[in-house]
Design a protein around this ligand. Structure first.
Ligand SMILES: [Ca+2]
Length: 200
């Protein structure tokens, strides 16, 4: 009896494990992202992402969106890539070290089709949208914190619109974007060559 019971429990455990793994795998793959249409002309693209800065004491991405209805902000130097873990230093390409909202826009290039796994490291709030889909949000004040792995299944290579809403309230700030593209590359910051914006 004991042996049979043990076998039963083991069988249930394996069954549950498989179904949980299958559910997680499905939930974690994001599909249906839309490439920019039409694709931006190469001659119009400048390196990095455009950014509009707002001087505001914010507690959430929702507050930031409301703030932007009343404040046009100020354009800052383009952001070459998202690799900022600056402690108490200046936020991104701004000069301020605290109370900054950043509306970051441009394009991200997927050179090949296939699965791209992203990770976001943020402090404070962030919302990442690619190809018209929100792929990640950690919208309130927090210490440095990583997202889970976020896998995008890209069916069509090319430039995709990207928008990052981000704010730093006080003390330390971090905004990093990592990916693991299909192919031989390993996990690293999304490289500068994968970002562009329409320059004036
Ligand atoms: Ca902070």
């Amino acid at each position: 009896m004991i042996a049979m019971f043990g076998k039963f429990v083991k069988g249930v455990a394996i069954g549950v494990g498989l179904s949980v793994a299958a559910t997680v795998a499905q939930a974690d793959v994001i599909t249906g992202l839309k490439p920019a249409s039409p694709q931006p002309a190469a001659s119009a693209l400048k390196p990095g992402l455009a950014v509009q800065y707002y001087g505001a004491k914010l507690n959430s991405i929702r507050e930031f969106i409301e703030w932007m209805e009343y404040d046009k902000g100020k354009a800052g130097p383009p952001i070459p890539q998202l690799n900022y873990q600056v402690g108490q230093g200046p936020v991104l390409t701004a000069t301020a070290t605290d109370m900054v909202g950043a509306d970051i826009t441009g394009f991200i290039n997927f050179e090949r089709s296939g699965p791209y796994t992203f990770m976001v490291h943020s402090n404070d709030g962030v919302r990442l949208t690619i190809g018209d889909k929100m792929i990640y949000e950690d919208p309130e004040v927090h210490a440095d914190r990583f997202s889970d792995e976020i896998t995008l299944e890209i069916s069509e290579p090319g430039w995709y619109p990207v928008r990052v809403l981000y704010f730093e309230k006080k003390n330390t700030s971090t905004l990093e974007l990592y990916w693991d593209p299909p192919g031989p590359e390993e996990v690293d910051y999304v490289p500068t060559k994968a970002f562009a914006h329409i320059g004036k």
